[in-house]
Write a protein that binds this ligand. Structure first.
Ligand SMILES: Nc1nc2c(ncn2[C@@H]2O[C@H](COP(=O)(O)OP(=O)(O)O[C@H]3O[C@H](CO)[C@@H](O)[C@H](O)[C@@H]3O)[C@@H](O)[C@H]2O)c(=O)[nH]1
Ligand SMILES: [Mg+2]
Length: 209
């Protein structure tokens, strides 16, 4: 809503004036602190300072076998979750950073590296900022069909990069129960599993109609 209903709404770029950007850390990824003026809705410019953690964008995929109603997930150690009180092992949908590739291209390579499943077609279902107050990353979400015959390798990730990824195949219903029980606590994974549950719900409503 506009502060003054008679004035046309301003583009966001006209409401932000960047004054100074400071690199706080440029090691594995990039942490910056930016000072900028922001035009509030009441037409007052306010000086703000925000840190942004830039790791590029990422992609993730839910592998679903429609015939058996199973999904493929990964289990690996996540240090940031460990330091925040979780025991560190996280069950997640496979995925990773784009490294400048297209999301579709990257996710097919990543899923094979992490799970050993080769998927031909991936369908994009949505995009989301996962921590928009601090992390610049936008995540591209995909779903793909798989079957037992799609398994072409062991998966597990790249050992030299410190990846040690366990591949788990389980019924979709069991995965949904694990969210309720607090055993799946990763945001992207919860979003994809709930997407699959909603799609199943919509399909069964179609059948009843
Ligand atoms: N040396 C070093 N290695 C790191 C560091 N941070 C990550 N790595 C390594 O960089 C690689 C990144 O692997 P990817 O599969 O591309 O990414 P990810 O760790 O699964 O997670 C990213 O993508 C997800 C999207 O599915 C995101 O959800 C997640 O937050 C993250 O951005 C892994 O080998 C990881 O060990 C670091 O600070 N130092
Ligand atoms: Mg990964």
């Amino acid at each position: 809503m506009n502060a003054n209903a008679n004035e046309p709404a301003k583009a966001t770029t006209d409401r932000v004036r960047i004054l100074e950007t400071q690199v706080l850390s440029d090691d594995w990824y990039l942490l910056k602190k930016t000072t900028f003026d922001f035009l509030r809705r009441d037409n007052v410019w306010q000086r703000l300072s925000r840190e942004t953690y830039d790791r590029g964008n990422g992609a993730t995929v839910l592998l679903h076998d429609r015939r058996r109603d199973t999904v493929v997930l990964t289990r690996q150690f996540r240090f940031p979750a460990f330091v925040n009180g979780h025991d560190g092992m996280l069950i997640e949908a496979p995925g990773g950073l784009l490294d400048n590739a297209s999301p579709e291209e990257r996710i097919r390579t990543e899923v094979e590296e992490e799970t050993g499943y080769h998927v031909q077609h991936v369908k994009k279902v949505f995009e989301a900022f996962m921590s928009p107050g601090s992390v610049t990353e936008k995540l591209f979400f995909f779903v793909a069909d798989y079957e037992s015959a799609s398994k072409v390798g062991p998966g597990g990730g790249v050992e030299s990069e410190g990846e040690d990824i366990e591949v788990i195949e389980l019924p979709l219903d069991d995965a949904l129960a694990m969210i309720r029980e607090g055993n799946i606590v990763d945001g992207k994974t919860i979003m994809l599993l709930q997407y699959a549950a909603l799609r199943r719900l919509a399909k069964s409503a179609d059948c009843e109609a």
